[in-house]
Ligand binder design. Structure first.
Ligand SMILES: C[S@@+](CC[C@H](N)C(=O)[O-])C[C@H]1O[C@@H](n2cnc3c(N)ncnc32)[C@H](O)[C@@H]1O
Length: 347
């Protein structure tokens, strides 16, 4: 599918159009999840993943002194698999379940439809805007959410900073660079993002959403759990990638037909969070997080008294989630809360 506009546009606008244009955007017309799709996410690999997330939320609720009302908001729910299993697992904790309000914040009308069908037997509300939440502590969960937000890239050359743009005029789309004033951008966001960097990836939308989430958490308590591809080092590098049928493709080709993601720089997120007066309570790998929550013991329990082939499948899927060569290390987990909370479960 060809991008419809003929323009020179900043990289983040290009990504936004490729993924979310209402006519040809990648997330607007097909279900990319699963072995047969373009990629597979943790909730679609094993139900154990969402069970661990649910147990983590129940424990946080206890830490918050079991409030009589708690909002659980999934950011970008894909095919609805994680929310489905979180609600199902919450039935094991009846009092907790009775005080929960479940919400999904989803941009794609196409995926919203799939989510509504999947969750039709549960009470879930879809949020148009995050600030619709104005009552009670709120726990935000984003699995592979922030990595799907559009980013800008800035490059330093001979002490000058340039922003990456995409030229969609020419038949073969190409990247071009435009000189920018990085100080002006830094003043606007209030963070010195260029310090010790030669290359920057920055998502204005991520910044805006964390700002909105921080407002809610600061006022009403709760937290934000991020589970996503990413790295801890301060030094940033080019992490943009495009994936089709589980294989990497070129980002400028296959517009609308391949996913575009990047790795989160958790150091930068930490700075953004600090700016909005929240703190990071913990930062670890998916492997450590899931093991601390008891995923191996849970696999042992559910694989008792089942046929051997099912047992093999349970452990095969578990390995995909926690093996350091698979999703165990490249996925990181971060918990963000207000300064009063000290909750380290899983970290
Ligand atoms: C990579 S998918 C992950 C889906 C799911 N969390 C999972 O783990 O299977 C990203 C999800 O975030 C949604 N999304 C991306 N940008 C969004 C935005 N700005 N607001 C709301 N949802 C968004 C996408 O439509 C999609 O549902």
């Amino acid at each position: 599918m060809n991008i419809k506009i003929k323009k020179i546009i900043p990289l983040d606008k290009f990504i936004d159009k490729s993924l979310y244009n209402k006519d040809y955007g990648y997330y607007m017309k097909k279900n990319p999840f699963g072995e047969k799709g373009d990629f597979i996410t943790s909730p679609n690999i094993s139900v154990l993943f969402s069970e661990m997330v649910c147990i983590w939320i129940v424990s946080l609720w206890k830490k918050l002194n079991k409030p009589e009302k708690i909002n659980i908001v999934e950011l970008g729910a894909g095919n609805g698999e994680m929310m489905f299993n979180i609600i199902k697992t919450s039935k094991q904790f009846l009092f907790f379940k009775s005080v929960c309000n479940f919400f999904i914040y989803e941009k794609s009308p196409y995926l919203k439809k799939i989510q509504k069908e999947k969750l039709k037997n549960f009470k879930v509300n879809w949020l148009k805007k995050l600030n619709q939440i104005n009552n009670g502590p709120t726990v935000f969960i984003g699995n592979e959410f922030f990595d799907s937000l559009p980013i800008k890239q800035f490059i330093k050359k001979n002490n000058n900073w340039f922003e990456k743009y995409v030229d969609t005029y020419s038949k073969n789309k190409k990247f071009i660079e435009k000189k920018i004033n990085i100080k002006k951008i830094e003043k606007k966001i209030g963070i010195n993002i260029s310090k010790d960097q030669k290359f920057i990836e920055f998502s204005p939308l991520m910044f805006q959403l964390i700002k909105e989430i921080s407002n809610i958490i600061n006022k009403k308590n709760g937290g934000l759990l991020i589970i996503d591809y990413g790295y801890f080092n301060k030094k940033m590098f080019d992490t943009l990638q495009s994936v089709k049928k589980h294989k990497k493709t070129h980002i400028l080709n296959n517009v609308g037909n391949s996913d575009i993601t990047h790795l989160l720089n958790y150091k930068l997120i930490k700075e953004v969070v600090k700016k909005f007066k929240l703190k990071t309570n913990g930062l670890t790998t998916q492997r450590k997080f899931l093991i601390k929550l008891g995923i191996i013991q849970r696999a042992e329990i559910i694989s008792k008294n089942v046929p051997f082939s099912l047992k093999v499948d349970i452990y095969y899927r578990l390995k995909r989630l926690i093996d350091n060569k698979q999703m165990g290390d490249v996925f990181k987990v971060m918990f963000i809360s207000n300064k009063k909370i000290n909750f380290k479960l899983g970290f």
